[in-house]
Structures are given as structure tokens and as C-alpha cells.
Write a protein that binds this ligand. Structure first.
Ligand SMILES: [Zn+2]
Length: 44
């Protein structure tokens, strides 16, 4: 599990609440809150 504020590395993360995908394209990017529902936990 990955949460907002973490830097889990490059990849696609799926919001646990609504299924919205967030793409991190750099290892230094931090996960934002879900842009759709503002949830903060993601499936890796
Ligand atoms: Zn969401």
C-alpha cells in the first residue's frame, strides 16, 4: 500500500477508494491526494 506524501517511485497507482489512477514518472515525485475523490491510499 502507498499513501499520499510517500515517494514510492515510478509507476501507476490506483486509488483504493474510486479506482482513479495516478502516474508518477519520477522517483522523486510524491503521491498526491486522489485528484478525483481526495482519498490518500493507493494500490501499488
Ligand atoms: Zn480516488
Amino acid at each position: 500500500m502507498s499513501s499520499t506524501g510517500e515517494k514510492p517511485g515510478k509507476g501507476v497507482y490506483v486509488c483504493k477508494h474510486c479506482g482513479q489512477t495516478v502516474v508518477l514518472d519520477d522517483d522523486t515525485d510524491t503521491l498526491p491526494p486522489c485528484p478525483k475523490c481526495n482519498h490518500t491510499e493507493y494500490h501499488p
